[in-house]
Write a new protein. Structure first.
Length: 405
């Protein structure tokens, strides 16, 4: 069985197949708890296996062909009309996805991604900005929550953003299958709902991260009430209060002393460590004893006009380096989007309905979590073999002993 995005060079095909079959057991357990009808459970298992396969295009017809079906009707029924609770599957995915990751270093990141569409029938579609295209396009926008550690990263929650103008046309909402109970919510409100569910599921991250879209006062207050550390980007014209005066954050740049900047890595990237200049300053808050709210500023070393601003909330024990590394971890959700689109068909769905979007996206989240966990398991298995290979090769051993390999 070939899996999307899984490559091994040291393990035998038998070892790889054994690891795959073993890791499929908890997936079957999840399906047993989420699907009561045998036919629906069978379709769900087939859909999942097709998503993690190497089939090039993961639309309904090719997924059906991959599963040995003559038509995609079974998958269309699974995503559109079958009776099952997609939120129950979502909650099961959260526990599965983070189960093998170290809890003390996990970060939750908030971000959105766009799904380019034609026509006006897909739930929530409209002309709106999407970073996927870098401009305003006709698209759907999904707001996501990811969980990341050094051992992997996964998407653990999702909400479909429905623009406000949709709710002025009840017939259009009905045709797209949007429930009457759904109301217009801004993206930070959708983000807060997802964070609340994560906290209810006993997920306590080291940090919550997000760009300026998700730095609303209400969301920050929500996190502070939970004593949840966060680093959220803010716009350059954001206003903060220091002592008895209000300042726009970009105006405070002038008052930063030259020796107040520290060169700190925001983490490793494709070209090595990502070094920036950082500084921070306490800003007014009603934080409890031992906690502070900070203005965090990042400056490009080569281009000092390239500046980013953040508001952070954390215990006094957290250093500037801690905050810089946290801010630099937000890119992990971008990597999740890239992997989900490239490996498991996040953006290749053909459903138009509200429930169809949620069901496809939730299956994709499970498929991505499975591949992430399997990749980590196989890497752990390969490590002893790699060490043995190094020890048995005098040249590799020589280079490694001198830090050159």
């Amino acid at each position: 069985m070939q899996l999307s995005g899984i490559e091994t060079s040291l393990l035998s095909p038998t070892d790889v197949m054994s690891a795959i079959e073993q890791e499929l057991d908890p997936i079957h357990t999840i399906f047993d708890s989420c699907f009561s009808r045998v036919e629906t459970k069978t379709s769900a298992a087939s859909y999942f296996r097709s998503l993690i396969s190497t089939v090039e295009r993961k639309n309904s017809w090719q997924l059906a062909e991959q599963s040995g079906f003559e038509t995609p009707y079974a998958f269309q029924y699974l995503l559109g009309r079958a009776r099952w609770d997609v939120d129950q599957l979502r909650d099961s995915i959260q526990q599965y996805a983070i189960g093998f990751m170290p809890k003390e270093e996990g970060v939750l990141s908030l971000d959105e991604t766009g799904f380019l569409k034609k026509g006006n029938k897909s739930a929530g579609v409209g002309r709106q900005y999407t970073g996927t295209a870098g401009r305003i396009e006709n698209c759907q926008v999904g707001v996501f929550l990811s969980y990341a550690t050094s051992q992997g990263r996964a998407l653990i929650d999702r909400e479909l953003y429905i623009p406000q103008d949709w709710f002025k046309d009840k017939l259009r909402c009905k045709e797209a299958g949007i429930p009457d109970s759904v109301e217009f919510k801004k993206k930070p409100e959708l983000a807060q709902e997802m964070l609340q569910r994560a906290f209810n599921n006993q997920i306590k991250p080291a940090w919550v991260l997000g760009d300026e879209v998700y730095s609303s006062y209400k969301l920050r207050s929500f996190l502070e009430n939970y004593l949840q550390p966060y680093v959220l980007a803010v716009a350059s014209n954001c206003t903060v209060t220091i002592d008895f005066e209000q300042h726009k954050v970009n105006e405070l740049l002038k008052s930063v002393a030259p020796n107040a900047w520290q060169t700190i890595s925001a983490g490793s990237g494709s070209k090595g460590q990502r070094y920036y200049q950082w500084t921070r300053r306490v800003i007014n808050s009603d934080s409890p004893d031992g906690w502070e709210r900070w203005l965090l500023i990042r400056r490009n070393i080569k281009d000092q006009n390239d500046v980013a601003f953040y508001i952070a909330f954390a215990p006094n024990s957290k250093t500037l380096e801690d905050m810089a590394k946290a801010a630099g971890s937000r890119w992990t959700i971008e990597e999740c989007f890239e992997m989900a689109k490239g490996e498991v068909g996040l953006d290749q769905y053909e459903v138009r309905s509200w429930i169809g979007w949620y069901r496809h996206i939730t299956f994709v989240m499970l498929a991505l979590s499975f591949l992430t966990k399997l990749r980590w398991i196989l890497q752990q298995s390969e490590t002893p073999l790699l060490e043995k290979k190094v020890q048995n090769n005098p040249m590799i051993y020589f280079l490694k002993s001198r830090g050159l390999a």
